[in-house]
Write a protein that binds this ligand. Structure first.
Ligand code: HEM
Length: 408
């Protein structure tokens, strides 16, 4: 049997990035929690990933656990610092303060009110796909549809001009590299350059909205930042806007791509979906479980004497929580490698859990169900052509290219 260290190596290989699921099975066989290095643990089962996510004793803020030298390294990289300053990597009480301000934009009522807008965006993009196909051009589902749906939605919500969208995909891809388990120097340099470009872009946009407020998220957050309550400082405002942009679309883009790939791999699922045997919401939930867009998250032990599944976790040690593995844990999901949208009590951990549970899970689910239902209603015979290319990633799992024929 492999050690946890060898399994990490396997997950980082091209084969592991393409299909991590057999490696996860080996990880679960090693035990729910296994040590990779003195301060590094792998958590691979549902109950334990869920427990660590929901416990406030496991922290998100990496500064609290690292020494001065490591802190200086983190501060030297704007790409890392940006996430550090955003809601994603805060702990109480700062986390609650930022989350309350951002949460205003994602209440269930506001999300439900966006449905018509999402349908409109999807239908316009489907028209554009049909035009490309009838002009004999190759249709790449990722570039021509899966990127544009969430990016248009988040740009409209935030008040970012739609015409700037094409700049954001490469910037987000470069920046999000810092969220991977291991990042090398060239990746960090590209991430820092992307962060600098986004800083310039958003600083300029903030100034424009300050001079001329609108009914958009940037203006709302600006009010929170400039108001007497001082709910966000200017650095936090910048970090959170950039987080929303990059978190708001690459993940959802990958949900759409992973969902379509499931339909190509499982023709019976497509038939049943078209026949109404289960809902699009059930289908999307099962895609989230079966091939999650976010495969892992990191937490660190904030108190001495902690244990997970009986394994002592020293204070400061980091846990790599494999949600992609937890979602295939046979103790939680019977027959986990079968794609079954009708499975009862389907609650994957793909949006995290506890205080950091994805702030926009409702929006992402709505975008997924709306996009897939309208796509299949319009192009029920859509097929894969050529070879899809997976992104060279473990943490954010999706396709870089997914060429399709619409077969209208
Ligand atoms: C399928 C799409 C998505 C997936 C799989 C996803 C997944 C996640 C996960 C795993 C977390 C971290 C939870 C944790 O640490 O416990 C998270 C947090 C977050 N997500 Fe999402 N997300 C998606 C879409 C979105 C969208 C569309 C937005 C914004 C428009 C968004 C904004 C955020 C923010 C701001 C946080 C930080 C919340 C906090 O730390 O309190 N996400 N998401």
């Amino acid at each position: 049997m492999k050690t946890a260290g060898k399994l990490i190596g396997a997950l980082m290989s091209a084969e592991g990035k393409s299909n991590p699921y057999p490696i996860y099975r080996e990880a679960r066989e090693l035990g729910p929690v296994t040590q990779i290095a003195p301060h590094w643990f792998l958590v691979s089962t549902y109950a334990e990933v869920r427990e660590a996510m929901r416990s406030s004793a496991y922290l998100k803020n990496r500064y609290s656990n690292v020494d001065e030298k490591q802190q200086a390294v983190r501060r030297a990289h704007r790409s890392i610092q940006l996430f550090d300053e955003s809601v994603l990597l805060q702990d109480a009480p700062e986390h609650g303060r930022m989350r309350k301000v951002l949460g205003e934009a994602f209440t269930p009522r506001r999300i439900a009110a966006m449905e018509g807008k999402i349908q409109q965006v999807v239908d316009q993009l489907l028209d554009a796909l049909a035009e490309r196909a009838s002009a004999g051009q190759v249709v790449d589902f990722m570039e021509d549809f899966a990127v544009r749906v969430p990016l248009t939605v988040i740009c409209d919500l935030m008040g970012v001009p739609r015409e700037d969208w094409s700049r954001f995909r490469p910037l987000a891809v470069d920046l999000n590299a810092t969220l991977e388990m291991l990042t090398d120097e060239p990746q960090l340099a590209a991430a820092d350059a992307a962060a600098a470009e986004l800083d310039t872009y958003f600083s300029d946009l903030i100034e424009r909205r300050r001079a001329e407020p609108r009914d958009d998220l940037i203006s709302i957050l600006l009010t929170a930042a400039d108001g007497e309550a001082g709910q966000l400082d200017s650095r936090e405002l910048l970090a959170n806007l950039e987080l929303l942009l990059v978190a708001g679309f690459e993940t959802t883009t990958n949900l759409l791509g992973n969902a379509l790939a499931v339909l190509f791999d499982h023709p019976e699922v497509r038939e049943n979906l078209l026949a109404g045997k289960f809902t699009y919401s059930q289908f999307i939930e099962e895609v989230l479980r079966f091939d999650a867009p976010v495969q892992h998250m990191i937490r660190s032990a904030g108190e001495p004497g902690m244990k997970l599944a009986g394994v002592p976790i020293p204070v400061g040690a980091e846990l790599v929580m494999l949600m992609g593995s937890a979602n295939r844990d046979p103790l939680r999901f019977p027959d986990p490698d079968t794609f079954n949208p009708a499975r009862p009590d389907n609650q994957p951990l793909s949006f995290g859990g506890g205080a950091h549970y994805c702030i926009a899970a409702g929006l992402a689910r709505l975008e997924g169900a709306t996009a897939l239902s309208r796509l299949l209603a319009r192009f029920p015979r859509i097929t894969r052509v050529g070879t899809p290319i997976r992104a060279d990633r473990h943490g954010l799992r999706g396709f870089r290219e997914l060429p399709v024929a619409l077969n209208v």
